[in-house]
Design a protein around this ligand. Structure first.
Ligand code: FCB
Length: 784
C-alpha cells in the first residue's frame, strides 16, 4: 500500500457537540445546562436544532460516512431525572433518521459537558448520585435510538470536564476544589461504567469512551522524541501523564487506578468516594476507544513551582511553551505526537480498537467574496493524517478519523472567536459556506487518502492562462509595475492567489534590481493578548501588499537568534521594506532594523519615542470616550481592570480613563491583571470588588478582560448592567455575542492594516511619512 492511501473501509467523518452547535436552549422543554449558566456568550450558536437537515446535507456533499454528535442531557431530562422529555428525544430521532437517510453512520456521545443545571444544583459530578442518573439517561436514549445507533460513546474528555470544571474553575460549573475535581472524575468514570452496563443490557452493539490523550514530554523531546530526560524531568513528565492520561485509561481498560495516583487523591480530600466494587464497574470491557488529539503537554521539573489548579499534585512542575508553530489558540502543532500516542496505546493495550474522534485546529480564516481560504487548517489536518498513516503502518488498529469540526461554533469559554470548522458560519445570518479545507477534505475522503504527490508548482504560463492575459502582463503585475490597469491587476492577483503562484525571486530581482520583497516580521504576542488583532492585520497587510505586487516574506521574531537572522536578512537587502508587528517588546528590533536604512513601519506605538513611523489607534481617546459614556449613564464609582502595565496600549488606555475621571472630579479604582486573558480579567475584577464593593461601573482595557470581569461579577451575584455597567475595548467578535452584549471601543482592524500598507508603500517610494493615529469609536450595546 502506498503511504498516501488508507485501508479499505477506513471511516471518515466529523465530530460536533450539542451545546456548541444546537442553540434552541429554551424550547421544546429543554432545561438549562451548566454551560447555559456559565457561558457569557450567546448560546444560540449555529441553530443546528432547526438547521440539522442542511447540516446533514453538507456532510453528504462532502462524502462523509461517519458523524459523531452528542446529545444534550437537559433536553432529555430537563430536571435531571423523572420521565424523559419526549420532545427532546424527538429531535435526536429526527436527526438520526436524517443521517441514516443520507448514508451517514451515527456515533452518539452521551456526555459532552452539558450537565443539567438541576443536577449541578443537587451536587453535580462530585456527588455519586449524578453517576446513577447518567445511567438512567443512557438507558432512556438507547431505548429510543438503539435500533439505528450502533455505537455509543459514554463521556467526552472527562479530564477536561472534571479538572477544568471543578478544579481550575475555568469551565462550567466553575468550581475550584481539587477534592471535588477528583471526586467528579471518579463519578464520571463510575457513570461511564454504569452506562456501559445499562447499554449492554439493552442490547447496544458497541460501547466506548472518548478520552483526550495528550502525550507529555520535556521541551527537548518535542523535536527529538528519543531524547533522554533528566531524572527530575522524567518524574515531572510521569506525574502529569498519570493525572491526564493514566487516571482515565487504566480504570477503564485495566480496572484499577495507577498506584502512584492514589496518594495524590488521598492528599486532596481522601478516597472516601471510591467504593468497593466501583472499579469493577468502571473496568468493564469496551469495544472502542475514542482518541481526541490536539497538542502535547510540555513540562519540566522546577522545584519552586506551585501546583497548577487543573493538575492537583503538580507542585514542582513547570508547564512550558515551546518554540514550535502554533495554532491561533496558541496550541503547539506537533503531528508526530499523534503517531507516538497511537503507538503507545497499541503497545500498552494490544487488540484495543481505536478511533480518532477529534483532531483539528483554530486558525483565523481569510474570508473573501470568492471563498474562505484556510490553508493553515488544510496543512494541519494533512500533517496529522500523514502521522496517522504512519501509525497504521506500525500496526495501530484505527477505525477512522473524525475531524473537529463541521461548523464554526461556540468554543466553550473562548466563545465565537475560535474557528475550528471546515464550514464557515456567519452568525448574523446563519449562512454556511464551505471553506477550502472542507473541499480538500472531500477529496481526501473520495480517494480514501492523501494526494500522492503535491500538486505541481504553478508557472507564469499557468497564471497567464487562468487570468486570460499574456505572460508579459503577469510579469509586469508581479513586478509591481504601474503600467497595468487596476482591473487587469486584480484578475492577475486573483489567479496568483488561487494557484498559489510564487514568483521566482532571484530571476525577478535581476530584472528589476529590487527584490520587491517585503519582510513581515511578527514578534510573538503575549499569551492571551493581541493575537487576534495581529492575525487579522497580518492577513490584510499581506493581501494589500501582494495586491501591490510585493512578495511577502513572513519572519518570526521570537528569540535573540531570530532577531539576528532578521537583521542579517534585511542588511543583505533581501527585503525592500519591513512591516513589524506587534510592538510589544519589539522596540530594540525596530531600532536595529531602522539603522539598516531599509524602510520600516510598526504596528502600534513603540515604548520609547522612535524615528520609526507607526500606525496606532487613539487608545487614550477611546478610553476617555468609554469612561465618559459610563459617567453620562449616571455611574459614579467607576473601576478599571487594567492589564499588564508595561504594555503601551494599556498605559494609554489607563491615561485616557484617568483623564476623563479627573475632569469629572472623580477618583479611579484600579486593578491590574497579570495578562490579557479572561481569567486574568476575572481575577482582577474579584480584587476590585473586594477593594471597592460599591462599584457601579467597570472599564476594562480589553474585551477579553471585560468578559472575564463579567464572569466574576456574575459569580458575585451582581447584575450587568443593573448593578455594574461594563465597557471593554477592541470590539472583538466575541463582544457582541456576550450576554448582555458588551459595550466596547472599536479598533479599526482593516483601517490599521490599510494605513500600515500605505505607509510602507509611500516609504518605499522614498516619501517622507509620519505616524498615523486612527480614531477609535465607542460601540454602545446592552452592558452599559
Ligand atoms: C476538545 C473538545 C471540543 C472542542 C475542541 C477544540 O477538547 O472536546 O468540544 O472544544 O476541544
Amino acid at each position: 500500500m502506498s503511504t498516501a492511501s488508507f485501508p479499505e473501509g477506513f471511516e471518515w467523518g466529523v465530530s460536533t457537540s450539542a451545546f456548541q452547535i444546537e442553540g434552541a436552549t429554551n424550547i421544546d422543554g429543554r432545561g438549562p445546562s451548566i454551560w447555559d449558566t456559565f457561558s457569557v456568550d450567546r448560546v444560540e450558536t449555529c441553530d443546528h436544532y432547526h438547521r440539522y437537515p442542511e447540516d446533514v446535507r453538507l456532510m453528504r456533499e462532502l462524502g462523509l460516512g461517519s458523524y459523531r454528535f452528542s446529545m444534550s442531557w437537559p433536553r432529555i431530562f430537563p430536571d435531571g431525572g423523572g420521565k424523559p422529555n419526549a420532545a427532546g428525544l424527538d429531535f435526536y430521532d429526527r436527526l438520526v433518521d436524517e443521517l441514516v437517510g443520507a448514508g451517514i453512520k451515527p456515533y452518539a456521545t452521551l456526555y459532552h459537558w452539558d450537565l443539567p443545571q438541576a443536577l449541578e444544583d443537587r451536587g453535580g459530578w462530585p456527588s455519586r448520585d449524578t453517576a446513577l442518573r447518567f445511567a438512567d439517561y443512557a438507558a432512556a436514549v438507547h431505548q429510543r435510538l438503539g435500533d439505528r445507533v450502533r455505537t455509543w460513546f459514554t463521556l467526552n474528555e472527562p479530564w477536561v470536564a472534571a479538572f477544568l470544571g471543578y478544579g481550575a474553575g475555568i469551565h462550567a460549573p466553575g468550581r475550584t476544589s481539587a477534592a471535588e475535581a477528583f471526586a467528579a472524575a471518579h463519578h464520571m468514570l463510575l457513570g461511564h461504567g454504569l452506562a456501559v452496563r445499562a447499554l449492554r443490557e439493552a442490547g447496544a452493539a458497541e460501547v466506548g469512551i472518548v478520552l483526550n490523550i495528550s502525550p507529555v514530554m520535556t521541551p527537548a523531546q518535542v523535536s527529538d522524541p528519543g531524547r533522554r530526560a533528566s531524572e527530575e524531568d522524567a518524574a515531572a513528565v510521569a506525574r502529569i501523564d498519570t493525572l491526564v492520561n493514566r487516571q482515565f485509561l487504566e480504570p477503564v481498560l485495566r480496572g484499577a487506578y495507577p498506584e502512584e495516583l492514589l496518594p495524590v487523591i488521598e492528599r486532596h480530600g481522601g478516597l472516601g468516594h471510591v467504593h468497593d466494587g466501583d472499579l469493577e464497574v468502571i473496568g468493564q470491557p469496551i469495544d472502542l476507544l475514542g482518541v481526541n488529539y490536539y497538542a502535547p503537554l510540555v513540562v519540566q521539573a522546577q522545584p519552586s513551582e506551585p501546583a497548577d489548579t487543573a493538575y492537583p499534585g503538580s507542585e514542582g512542575v513547570l508547564f512550558c511553551t515551546v518554540p514550535t508553530a502554533v495554532t491561533a489558540m496558541g496550541w503547539p502543532i506537533v503531528p508526530g505526537c499523534l503517531s507516538q500516542l497511537l503507538g503507545r496505546l497499541t503497545r500498552e493495550y494490544p487488540g484495543l480498537e481505536l478511533m480518532i474522534t477529534e483532531n483539528g485546529a483554530d486558525f483565523v480564516d481569510v474570508v473573501t467574496g470568492d471563498g474562505i481560504h484556510d490553508v493553515d487548517r488544510i496543512s494541519f489536518i494533512e500533517e496529522h493524517l500523514r502521522a496517522l498513516r504512519a501509525a497504521l503502518d506500525a500496526g495501530a488498529n484505527v477505525r477512522g478519523y473524525l475531524a473537529w469540526t463541521l461548523l464554526d461554533n461556540l468554543e466553550w469559554v473562548d466563545g465565537y472567536q475560535r474557528k475550528f470548522g471546515l464550514v464557515h458560519v456567519d452568525f448574523a445570518t446563519q449562512r454556511r459556506r464551505l471553506k477550502d479545507s472542507a473541499l480538500w477534505y472531500r477529496d481526501v475522503v473520495r480517494r480514501n487518502g492523501l494526494a500522492e504527490t503535491p500538486p505541481k508548482r504553478p508557472t507564469l504560463e499557468t497564471v497567464a492562462a487562468r487570468a486570460g492575459v499574456s505572460r508579459a502582463t503577469v510579469s509586469r503585475v508581479v513586478n509591481g509595475e504601474s503600467s497595468v490597469s487596476p482591473e487587469v491587476r486584480t484578475a492577475v492577483m486573483r489567479a496568483v492567489n488561487e494557484l498559489g503562484y510564487v514568483p521566482n525571486l532571484a530571476a525577478r530581482s535581476l530584472v528589476t534590481r529590487r527584490t520587491n520583497a517585503v519582510a513581515l516580521v511578527l514578534s510573538v504576542p503575549r499569551q492571551g493578548g493581541g493575537d487576534a488583532l495581529t492575525a487579522a492585520v497580518v492577513q490584510y497587510v499581506t493581501s494589500l501588499l501582494e495586491g501591490a505586487g510585493k512578495q511577502i516574506t513572513l519572519m518570526l521574531a521570537d528569540t535573540a537568534e531570530s532577531h539576528r537572522r532578521i537583521v542579517a536578512h534585511v542588511e543583505a537587502r533581501l527585503a525592500d521594506g519591513v512591516v513589524l508587528l506587534p510592538p510589544d517588546r519589539a522596540d530594540a528590533l525596530a531600532e536595529r532594523l531602522s539603522r539598516t536604512g531599509v524602510p520600516v513601519v510598526l504596528l502600534g506605538k513603540p515604548e520609547i519615542a522612535s524615528l520609526v513611523p507607526y500606525v496606532d489607534v487613539d487608545n487614550a481617546g477611546g478610553a476617555a470616550a468609554a469612561t465618559e459614556h459610563l459617567l453620562e449613564r449616571g455611574r459614579r464609582r467607576v473601576g478599571m481592570v487594567c492589564g499588564p502595565m508595561d504594555l503601551v496600549t494599556v498605559q494609554d488606555r489607563l491615561a485616557g480613563h484617568r483623564a476623563a475621571l479627573q475632569r469629572a472630579g472623580l477618583q479611579p479604582y484600579l486593578a491590574p491583571a497579570d495578562d490579557l486573558t479572561r481569567s486574568a480579567g476575572a481575577g482582577a475584577m474579584r480584587r476590585l470588588l473586594a477593594d471597592a464593593p460599591a462599584l457601579d461601573a467597570v472599564f476594562a482595557a480589553t474585551d477579553q478582560l471585560a468578559i472575564g470581569a463579567m464572569r466574576a461579577l456574575r459569580e458575585a451575584g451582581r447584575r450587568v448592567p443593573d448593578d455594574v455597567a461594563v465597557v471593554g475595548f477592541d470590539d472583538i467578535d466575541a463582544a457582541s455575542a456576550t450576554t448582555p452584549a458588551l459595550t466596547t471601543v472599536r479598533v479599526p482592524v482593516a483601517d490599521q492594516a490599510l494605513a500600515l500598507a500605505r505607509l510602507l508603500l509611500s516609504r518605499l517610494e522614498g516619501r517622507h511619512t509620519t505616524s498615523v493615529v486612527l480614531p477609535a469609536r465607542l460601540v454602545v450595546r446592552e452592558s452599559a
